[in-house]
Design a protein around this ligand. Structure first.
Ligand code: ADP
Ligand code: MG
Length: 240
């Protein structure tokens, strides 16, 4: 589903991703961990064309997104992204946040878009919030709306960039539960998160990144309880 070959990204002279080779199978959920500044967000952004790639390739299905700027908008519609900071539109009601992209980009009929939006709100447990503005929601509710909004485009892949990092601890669980349900439904997901419980429960693979490189990857149990590299051990001690 996703394959990067020697993916390299520089900002000026600063090489932040170095020859990354990552494969994600359809229906697979992987999590990426690593210190701040190691390139995790940049990696996700390269996967959906939010950043141009300096060198190497990113294949989504068999489509090489490097050098295919014409199709990048289409591609982005196939890849949903959820950010740490929710990024909801504050001036739009919850339901309108969700219908905006399907109506404007997909030319979906408004009624149909609303029907889909309600279905998704139901799925994330927020059907009763369809007519409120984001400002009246808790952080956990905002993030669940953001997930519903991404799903409204019917993406093939979902990218999550530290989706629970900005949440009060008591709201982390409700967002992780929505993500677990998605994983169970077979969604292909790449999740930047340090939530060990989530990784153990739903990920076959965890990738530890530092300074733009993959230091170590493996099953969650191996990475978390028996890391091979000093770098990984030090990192895990610092966050867990
Ligand atoms: P992480 O998500 O792991 O914390 P990032 O991908 O955000 O790491 O950042 C990796 C490196 O790339 C950092 O050194 C950061 O300063 C740099 N960087 C990220 N975005 C930009 C940008 N738009 N312009 C210049 N440097 C950037
Ligand atoms: Mg980041």
């Amino acid at each position: 589903m996703i394959k990067t070959v020697d993916l390299t990204k520089k900002f000026g002279d600063n090489e932040v991703l170095t020859k990354l080779n990552v494969n994600v199978e359809q229906g697979e959920v992987i999590s990426i961990i690593g210190p701040s500044g190691s390139g995790k967000s940049t990696f996700l952004r390269c996967l959906n064309g939010l950043e141009t790639i300096t060198d190497g390739h990113v294949y989504i299905d068999d489509f090489d997104i490097a050098g295919n700027e014409l199709n990048i908008d289409k591609l982005r519609e196939r890849i949903g992204m959820v950010f740490q900071s929710f990024n909801l539109f504050p001036h739009l009601k919850v339901i309108d946040n969700i219908t905006l992209a399907p109506v404007t980009l997909r030319k979906m009929k408004r009624d149909e878009a609303k029907r889909v939006a309600r279905e998704l709100l139901d799925k994330v447990g927020l059907l009763d919030k369809q007519d409120v503005y984001p400002s009246s929601l808790s952080g956990g509710q905002k993030q669940r709306v953001a997930i519903a909004r991404a799903l409204a485009m019917n993406p093939e892949v979902m990218l999550f960039d530290e989706p629970t990092s900005a949440l009060d601890p008591e709201m982390v669980g409700e967002v992780l539960q929505v993500m677990k349900d998605l994983a169970k439904d077979g969604m292909t997901m790449v999740v930047v998160t340090h939530e060990m419980g989530f990784a153990k429960e739903v990920c076959k693979r965890v990738i530890f990144m530092a300074e733009g490189k993959i230091v170590e990857e493996g099953a969650p149990d191996d990475i978390f309880t028996n890391p091979k590299h000093e770098r990984t051990r030090n990192f895990l001690e610092s966050v867990l």
